[in-house]
Design a binder for this molecule. Structure first.
Ligand code: FO1
Length: 298
């Protein structure tokens, strides 16, 4: 059993690569839900949906989120009626949020809603939200706090971040199956995701970090930092707010208490950043093509 911890678009690409190599039932994906939001009254779980769409083979290649070739007629109609439109939901994507919201309103848990949605797409891989409880990533700025999507999408991470916190994390419980999957894994892989806002919320759920320390499985992480900079997004700036170097050494510091192996890009080998106490394997980690994704996963 391979267990992947993931969030964001880099993680979804990596899971796509892995899914091409590993039988679907031998993979369990534990997903960040700190980015979740209520939008137009609907419960949207962007990272769960990116994994679902990636495994269903319908993740938009162009955007890296949402459904390939989706249309935005509902968004246009909502705009006409004065609804907020900075967070764009495609028409086919919308069905997922409608169904999830309906299931949650029938007192199903997020885990149950997620597995029902995944079944609808014919997915056999287990997709587990990190928790069924509400944990919300909050970004601290000079003018107050923003939700993750306000910071990431609405402000396009152009406001200076001072820190990040995970509202509700200390009271949250790992979702059913999460701790067991880590305990019984043959290998655990931390996807090339933002270590602060994508995997950070997962590790903030009580018990998950401990499970990673205790598992007999080797734990490997793929660095989202390439050549001393984030591949995309605000990972670099957010790492600095936590006093971390924007380097593979900074990534290792996020995971040092349980990590056995860091997979880093060969450009970082050339930089020669010292990484202490951990094995580092250098390879090409840029995922542009399908072949890149499977090569990295292999
Ligand atoms: N990202 C954007 O940059 N702009 C959007 O309007 C947007 C909408 C959106 C809708 C559904 C969804 O599942 C993801 C969406 N994303 C959008 C991506 C999302 O903000 C990120 O993938 C994650 O939250 C980062 O982990």
């Amino acid at each position: 059993m391979i267990v992947v911890l993931t969030g964001g678009t880099g993680g979804a690409k990596f899971v796509q690569g892995l899914a091409a190599l590993v039988p679907a039932r031998e993979l369990t994906v534990i997903v960040n839900t700190g980015d979740d939001l209520t939008w137009w009254g609907l419960h949207v779980s962007p990272d769960l949906d990116s994994i679902t769409y990636a495994l269903a083979g319908i993740l938009s290649r162009e955007r890296g989120w949402g459904v390939e070739a989706d249309t935005f007629h509902c968004l246009e109609a909502m705009c006409r009626m004065g609804a907020p439109a900075w967070f764009q939901l495609g028409d086919r994507d919308l069905a997922t949020h409608l169904r999830r919201t309906e299931l949650l309103s029938e007192n199903k848990t997020l885990s149950e809603a997620t597995s029902q949605i995944a079944r609808g797409f014919g997915i056999e891989t287990r997709i587990l939200p990190m928790t069924d409880d509400r944990v919300e990533t909050r970004v601290l700025t000079a003018d107050g706090e923003l939700s993750f999507q306000e910071y990431f999408v609405r402000e396009r991470y152009q406001v200076a971040a001072r820190g990040v916190r995970f509202e509700g994390a200390e009271r949250a419980q790992a979702a059913p199956g999460v701790l067991q999957a880590i305990a019984h894994a043959e290998i655990v892989v931390i996807a090339p995701s933002n270590p602060i806002t994508s995997t950070g919320p997962i590790l903030a759920v009580p018990g998950i970090r401990q499970a990673l320390k205790e598992t007999m499985a080797p734990v490997a992480a793929i660095s989202p930092i390439i050549g001393g900079a984030a591949v995309s997004g605000p990972a670099g700036e957010l790492m600095q707010t936590q006093g971390l170097a924007v380097s593979i050494a900074g990534v290792v510091r996020c995971y040092a208490d349980f990590l056995d192996l860091l997979v880093a890009d060969e450009r970082d080998s050339a930089l020669g950043t010292p990484v202490e106490g951990i094995a580092v394997r250098y390879t090409s980690t840029v995922m542009k093509s399908e072949a890149d994704k499977t090569a990295l996963a292999r």
